[in-house]
Write a protein that binds this ligand. Structure first.
Ligand SMILES: Nc1nc2c(c(=O)[nH]1)N[C@H]1C(S)=C(S)[C@@H](COP(=O)(O)O)O[C@H]1N2
Ligand SMILES: [Mo]
Length: 527
């Protein structure tokens, strides 16, 4: 008996090579992901598994991980998170491909498990419907299994057919064509799904909004409110340049026709308002500067806009706030919550005109800034007050609830600190001896107002800057200071004093837990 005559075990086909198997697994995982993204676009209540996993990562980040959380999810953090999750899924796919060389049953189970992780995360999304999440899961499993099966089969080495040289090359080419085609399909499907989901939010916000006229308009901006200096921060930030911070990995899309605002908890009667009923209440218009607590000294996570909306107290009065309801908790459609002291907005001796805003700089709220309604509370950082995509307002006690960022290491109270920023000159700019250097920027102490801004050059005396006329205590104010350049390297320092006479704190602190302290400075070179 010779080796050649030994029958090959029929039940055990030759496994594909390791590399081909990994490619097959990665592509299969990608195909399953694409199915999830497309399902998210076409089936309501079936959120994208990729995004749902990202959201859980954010949610489950341990309270101690302050460093991670200091950046409070600007756009870049979200992209990075998405990429990390995506890479993790594709790596899992590669592992599944290796498993598939030994046992197709185990590999199938691994695909089910991988989809299961995304499904569990999606089920925790407040906009999810369990049935549709399961439907999406079934589609993902089916697509993933089909892709894996097809590719593993195609990757098996073919025995060389006598008289037909090049059979192995043909097989390899066949595998590559199939893997490439499925990979492209997965990429295109995923992109289309994601674009449709983002497009839905924009489309919802383009719906025709009937917002009545304002009964209490903001005073118009006068020439003395601004300085005509190129490069200084504009007094009002246009909507498309306004900073954006939130935990939402996809912009929530709200159908204004079915949107309601519910006020409940420690109230005499629960109130539910449709959008039309809400804007029947008197509309006020105010310039208010809002700021993120994560703003670093000299940073740009703040902005001033003209907000139009309904006084929060008008809505609270409809519900009748009960004695002892010491905390207002505004929640969003995606389950995010702020929380602030009730008396911050109800104190009659200090009318702050907190509002449920429906317009920003005269336009309906942009989707990224909370369409169709958000809260604007003068004097408080966004994370404790400025709920976007507002859905409900709960009245409770101060002790009964901690809002989203509090267990994650941020202060429970969030009054905006007095701060100032140098916009000009730009850091390390070159100047000539004898030039008049225009030093200019903005200063803010929302709620208290700014009474004074001072500049120090190097280790000199503090000297007063010239202030523009502030729009009011709830907005930032522009300032400027002219300096005759002398040779050398020079540093400008700025500090503001609030309307109660208290100067900005010099001691430097991190943004967490309650806002960054310290003076902003800019250095220049004079030749
Ligand atoms: N629904 C929701 N609203 C939110 C947040 C959020 O994560 N989710 N972040 C808050 C924070 S931390 C800030 S600083 C402001 C930012 O508002 P903007 O994006 O309109 O500038 O929104 C607040 N409202
Ligand atoms: Mo923030």
């Amino acid at each position: 008996m010779t080796i050649e005559t030994m029958p090959a075990p029929a039940s055990r086909p030759v496994p594909p090579g390791a590399v081909a198997a990994m490619v097959a697994g990665v592509v299969a995982a990608g195909v399953a992901l694409a199915a999830g993204e497309l399902a998210a676009a076409f089936i309501t209540g079936a959120p994208s598994p990729l995004i749902a996993v990202g959201a859980q990562v954010i949610d489950l980040a341990p309270p101690g991980s302050k460093d991670l959380m200091v950046s409070l999810f600007g756009t870049n953090d979200k992209v990075a998170l998405n990429v990390v999750v995506l890479v993790a899924v594709l790596l899992a796919g590669a592992a599944i491909g290796l498993v598939a060389r030994r046992s197709s049953l185990l590999a199938s189970l691994a695909i089910v498990a991988l989809v299961g992780v995304g499904t569990l995360a999606a089920l925790r999304d407040p906009t999810a419907s369990a049935l549709n999440v399961l439907l999406s899961a079934a589609l993902q499993v089916a697509a993933g299994l089909l892709a894996l099966e097809t590719l593993v089969e195609a990757a098996r080495p073919r025995p060389e057919t006598p008289g037909r040289p090049g059979g192995a090359d043909d097989a390899r080419r066949g595998f590559l064509v199939k893997a490439g085609a499925l990979g492209v399909l997965a990429f295109v499907g995923q992109s289309i799904g994601r674009a449709l989901v983002e497009g839905r939010a924009a489309a919802a916000a383009n719906a025709n909004l009937a917002i009545p006229g304002t009964v209490d308009p903001a005073p118009s901006i006068a020439p003395d409110n601004t300085f005509d200096i190129a490069g200084i921060t504009p007094l009002v930030i246009p909507n498309d340049e306004f900073y954006r911070i939130d935990t939402a990995l996809v912009t929530p899309s709200v159908d204004v026709a079915t949107w309601t605002l519910r006020v409940f908890g420690m109230v005499d009667r629960e109130v539910t308002l449709t959008f039309d009923r809400l804007v029947e209440l008197p509309l006020i218009e105010r310039y208010v500067t809002i700021s993120c607590v994560s703003n670093e000294v000299g940073g740009d996570l703040l902005g001033n806009a003209k907000w139009t909306g309904v006084r929060l107290t008008d809505v609270l009065d409809m519900a009748g706030v009960q004695a002892g309801a010491t905390q207002v908790v505004p929640r969003s459609v995606d389950g995010w919550a702020a929380g602030f002291p009730t008396d911050w907005v109800t104190a009659p001796e200090r009318p702050r005109d907190a509002m449920i805003a429906v317009k920003m700089n005269g336009e309906p709220l942009p989707v990224t800034h909370g369409f169709p309604a958000r809260l604007i509370v003068p004097g408080l950082y966004g994370y404790v007050s400025a709920t976007k995509w507002l859905k409900e307002i709960e009245l409770t006690t101060w002790e009964a609830f901690d809002s989203y960022w509090v267990p994650r290491g941020w202060s429970k109270t969030g009054p905006i600190l007095t701060q100032s920023r140098i916009d000009l000159p730009k850091p390390n700019a070159l100047h000539r001896t004898g030039d008049t250097i225009q030093v200019a920027g903005v200063a803010w102490a929302m709620d208290r107002g700014v009474s004074k801004v001072e500049i120090r050059v190097d280790n000199g005396e503090w000297q007063p800057a010239t202030l523009a006329t502030a729009l009011g205590p709830q907005t930032w104010v522009q300032w400027r200071f002219a300096w005759q350049a002398v040779p050398g390297r020079h540093t400008f320092w700025v500090r503001a004093t609030d309307g109660t006479g208290v100067p900005q704190e010099e001691r430097v602190t991190r943004p967490d837990p309650d806002g960054a302290r310290g003076y902003h400075s800019v250095s220049v070179q004079v030749d």
